[in-house]
Design a protein around this ligand. Structure first.
Ligand SMILES: Nc1ncnc2c1ncn2[C@@H]1O[C@H](COP(=O)(O)OP(=O)(O)OP(=O)(O)O)[C@@H](O)[C@H]1O
Ligand SMILES: [Mg+2]
Length: 213
């Protein structure tokens, strides 16, 4: 079983972009998956329907009970389940973290990003405690540049209570483009970063699905 929730208590660090990238990578690698849009802005589901060719099925479930039912139903089919959540704390996001096998927390480059990532990490730990099981989580440094601000976020991220992936995403035009084109970037720096993030998560067992029974 693999329910992967992409979450952050801050708006805009790249949750939806990262979810799009994972969906396209799972498609490329032929790993069966389901997409759930739990964010009322519906950015992910609009993209999956309007930009992707062929369309990627995406379940809209912005209410907590519908989201939980959808995630468990897709998980029961042996699919990797990706859940994109809202950029603010709400019951649906809390629920999506609580039922997750893994939580991915994108961290942008901004003064408040580290604080917000730590707040998200504390929530993940709390929901795990309530369930008497640790919830596996990783931070993903996004929008990295060769600036002192990026270096600061990079250094501070390694002090977070959730560890960052070694692979990171740079600040690149190729990423916003994915939201317009519905396809992964061609060979180049962005695709190398995407492959590295995917391979690291795959190596951690995040995309493991049940074999046919
Ligand atoms: N690595 C990147 N390089 C450049 N732009 C990026 C990168 N990642 C995301 N963006 C852009 O940053 C903006 C916010 O990204 P995105 O919508 O994925 O964040 P989000 O966390 O889902 O936001 P929200 O909390 O509002 O749902 C978008 O315009 C997106 O295209
Ligand atoms: Mg979003």
């Amino acid at each position: 079983m693999s329910i992967i929730t992409i979450a952050s208590s801050k708006g805009g660090p790249g949750k939806t972009t990262v979810t799009m990238i994972l969906a396209l990578m799972l498609t490329e690698r032929k790993v069966p998956f389901a997409l759930i849009d739990a964010d009322p802005t519906l950015a992910l589901s609009d993209w999956a329907r309007d930009k992707c060719e062929p369309e990627i099925p995406c379940i809209i479930a912005t209410k907590e009970d519908a989201m939980v039912d959808a995630a468990f139903a897709q998980d029961a089919k042996g699919l990797v389940v990706l859940i994109d959540t809202a950029g603010f704390d709400n019951p649906t996001t809390r629920g999506a973290i609580t039922i997750a096998s893994h939580v991915l927390v994108p961290v942008g480059v901004g003064a408040s990003d580290i604080m917000q990532a730590e707040a998200t990490a504390r929530n993940i730990a709390l929901f795990g405690k309530q369930q008497r099981r640790p919830i596996d989580a990783k931070a993903l440094l996004n929008k990295q540049t060769r600036t002192r601000a990026s270096q600061f976020v990079f250094d501070e991220a390694h002090k977070l209570s959730i560890s960052p992936l070694s692979a990171t995403f740079g600040q690149r035009i190729a990423y916003p483009e994915i939201s317009l084109t519905g396809v992964l970037p061609g060979p180049g720096a962005a695709k190398e970063e995407i492959d590295a993030v995917y391979d690291e998560l795959a190596g951690l067992g995040w995309f493991k699905i049940e074999e046919d029974e």
